[in-house]
Ligand binder design. Structure first.
Ligand code: ADP
Ligand code: GN1
Ligand code: MG
Length: 375
């Protein structure tokens, strides 16, 4: 079978339990990590689409553990939705399509790891939020996701990327990249390095709170940037949280923080016109209101108290990671142009500066939302 996509090997589609005739496949999505494709099949006259992803093995060194987690998490949510009698369930949680030998993955002839999901129809993902209503739905979907997983039975999920949001360890790696200066780029990023140095101590707040027991460990998504949430084309509500590779223990605040990072500015993550990278209090208010409408019932006061800080914190860790990748030669994130990671880093720094310029107001707003709606 010819897939028509040079990087989607022809043998892989035949290894999943998909019926019917293959019609075509195409690259899909704008993720930075995995390679994603969409295929279409004719199943006795009905057109059905699937999502196929090659798991990035440099990032996820034990793909079988990633898929074990994803199978448990998706099954748990699907069973819960079924018990609650929720309609349209296969558009509200990813459905893993097994291989012919019953595994949640298949290997291509070169050893690459692949997975297949049902393609969730009539949805789209956003790169920027356009309105408070959208921000509210996005927040709500992540609050709901955390709530759905709060009672996942033992054993603990695998840590698919250990210390993923461990700021202190991210700094160690960053300083290592600065001292090695493998690509001779340190000379061009003095201001960015200085910013990261100045913010190092404050950046450790979240991880210290988690490791010191000030806030609880919870199962969270860990990568809740906006385009990992599918929005329904019809009613614009957030339908399904995707990109489940990093669902593992963490703090609820990692997810809130990544939502704040991506939803509260109307600029894309790689926008080069930094005057557009502005924190928007109206989007923040709607986002956190939506999030708390689901998560407010289980969050502790210590977690609520750190909501504003979490946004600044996750924005900082992403800025740091983009800068580290730039210094190391752009080997982690997929990039589309020279200097792409540096653009992303500068964008994150601009967002932090915009937050800082409004910091007192953000704190007051955050306290007011927590008290007003879900004390
Ligand atoms: P990456 O890890 O590279 O970010 P994702 O799992 O986020 O990969 O997938 C990339 C994009 O593809 C997502 O942002 C989403 O828009 C889309 N996508 C992923 N899975 C599905 C699916 N099952 N149905 C519809 N769209 C999907
Ligand atoms: C990556 O996979 P994707 O594109 O949704 C990254 C996140 C970053 C994000 C920045 C496993 O997310 O941590 O926040 O890029 N995922 C991984 O856009 O590193
Ligand atoms: Mg993604």
């Amino acid at each position: 079978m010819d897939t028509g996509c040079s990087s989607l090997p022809r043998e892989i589609l035949g290894r999943f339990a998909i019926y019917g005739e293959f019609e075509f496949a195409e690259p899909f999505g704008s993720g930075h990590i995995n390679n994603t494709y969409r295929s279409r099949w004719n199943q006795a006259g009905v057109r059905v689409r699937y999502t196929h992803q090659r798991i990035n093995e440099k990032v996820f060194v034990r793909p079988n553990e990633v898929m074990e987690n994803i199978k448990r998490v998706t099954r748990h949510i699907a069973e819960k939705l079924e018990r609650e009698g929720v309609p349209d369930r296969s558009r509200r949680v990813l459905s893993v399509v097994p291989s012919h030998d019953g595994k949640p993955w298949a290997r291509d002839d070169a050893g690459g790891w692949w997975r297949t999901y049902l393609f969730i129809e009539e949805t789209h993902s956003l790169e920027v939020a356009h309105s408070p209503a959208e921000a509210c739905f996005l927040g709500k979907s992540v609050g709901r996701f955390q709530k759905q997983l709060a009672d996942l039975a033992e054993p603990r999920l695998h840590e698919t990327i250990p210390d993923f949001h461990h700021m202190e360890k991210r700094y160690t790696r960053f300083y290592d990249a600065v001292s090695k200066d493998a690509c001779g780029r340190v000379k061009d990023v003095g201001a960015e390095i200085a910013f990261m140095r100045e913010n190092e101590e404050r950046g450790a707040v979240l991880i210290r709170a988690l490791k010191g027991g000030g806030i609880p460990e919870r199962i969270c998504h860990n990568d809740t940037k906006m385009n990992n949430i599918l929005i329904d084309d019809m009613d614009n509500e957030a339908r399904c949280v995707v990109d489940l590779d990093t669902v593992m223990p963490g703090t609820s605040l990692f997810d809130v923080g990544d939502l704040i990072r991506t939803v509260t500015t109307r600029a894309e993550e790689d926008e080069r016109d930094l005057s557009k990278v502005v924190f928007d209090g109206g989007l923040f208010e709607a986002l956190i209101g939506g999030y708390l409408s689901e998560a407010g019932e289980f969050l502790l006061p210590a977690e609520k108290a750190l909501i504003a800080e979490s946004g600044r914190n996750i924005t900082q860790i992403m800025g740091l990671r983009f800068l580290t990748d730039y210094l190391e030669g752009d080997h982690y994130y997929q990039t589309a142009r020279p200097g792409h990671n540096l653009d992303r880093c500068r964008n994150q720094i601009a967002l932090i500066k915009s937050m800082d310029a409004q910091w007192q107001a953000i704190l007051e707003l955050s306290t007011a939302i927590c008290e007003r709606t879900y004390a």
